[in-house]
Design a protein around this ligand. Structure first.
Ligand SMILES: [Fe+2]
Length: 305
């Protein structure tokens, strides 16, 4: 049996009729073989969806996809979600180009901190699909964390403490960093004060709404698998509902929950590091079961609700 050494997660492949699944690590992740994502039917997709929720992140190598194929694949998972940062591709507003040219210099690498995508929204996306099109010969690794496994690491006492709590997700920290470079390296400033560009990426942000953010349960139960997972991370988690500034400054309970818990999430025991191949690859991952630390190659990010 290929169980996680702690016995708290089982990343073994299930038997399927239409796809072949090769697990990538004991903590999470799998490569799916024998699939043309541009020619799916319902039976094949049902197995892919099952594999995604089982392994949290799945790869498909050597895929040739048009924008329309990406859109069709995404809509099989559900409605398009909202991308809070970018404005989409002309004619394809739900496909976001993430471009980093070789000679572009930026003050920070967009998306390089541990995060889940746009959790400051009232309805954050639940899945992201990344399609690598033009990939550098080295670098750009992505690290994913299995937040179901991280939750399973917790004691029953800590699970009981977390159960009623909601985390405040806000982009205040990200906004302040972006605005700290108003004239440098392509990070221009919009008239209303919101950043409009990061390197080669055009930004279209609602700064006030992103800073205001949203409150979400720290412990999430996946609607299909029933698995519980942690929904707290290091980029946007900024406090705990009901814990006052006094607690923040004196007791630091909120800081503990928002910043210490991710240390469990991001330990090597709960993560998988993926190296992007030089051929086109599509990676899909459940945002309810993972946070990622992406140093992304050129690719399109494509979230759904
Ligand atoms: Fe992301």
């Amino acid at each position: 049996m290929k169980l996680h050494p702690t016995g708290k997660f089982d990343n073994r492949a299930a038997e399927y009729d239409h796809i072949r699944v090769v697990p990538l690590a004991s903590a999470m992740g799998a490569e799916i073989e024998g699939v043309d994502l541009a020619a799916l039917n319902d039976a094949i997709f049902a197995e892919i969806e099952d594999a995604l929720y089982r392994h949290k992140m799945i790869y498909f190598r050597d895929q040739e996809l048009r924008f329309e194929d990406q859109e069709s694949l995404t809509k099989r998972f559900g409605k398009f979600g909202t991308d809070a940062y970018t404005t989409g591709t002309p004619g394809h507003p739900d496909i976001q180009k993430v471009i980093k040219e070789a000679d572009t210099v930026t003050p920070i690498v967009f998306g390089d901190g541990w995060h889940t995508d746009s959790p400051f929204l009232d309805r954050p996306p639940s899945i992201s699909l990344l399609y690598g099109v033009d990939i550098p010969p080295y670098g750009g690794d992505t690290i994913w964390s299995n937040t179901q496994l991280a939750y399973n690491y917790l004691s029953e006492t800590m699970k009981a403490v977390l159960a009623p709590l909601k985390v405040h997700m806000s982009a205040a920290g990200v906004m302040s960093v972006l605005e700290g470079f108003p004239n440098g390296a392509g990070a221009a400033k919009a008239p209303e004060g919101a950043p409009s560009k990061m390197g080669n990426i055009d930004l279209g942000v609602d700064k006030a709404a992103m800073i205001k953010g949203s409150f979400h349960p720290i412990v999430r139960t996946h609607p299909k698998s029933g698995a519980r997972a942690l929904y707290v991370e290091q980029t946007y988690s900024s406090g705990i509902e009901g814990m006052t500034d006094e607690l923040l400054t004196k007791g630091r309970m909120s800081n503990f929950l928002a910043w210490r818990l991710p240390l469990i999430l991001y330990g090597r025991g709960a993560t998988y590091t993926g190296t992007w191949p030089t051929k086109p690859l599509l990676a899909g991952f459940s945002l309810r079961n993972r946070r990622n630390l992406p140093v992304l190659p050129d690719c399109a990010e494509h979230p759904v609700c």
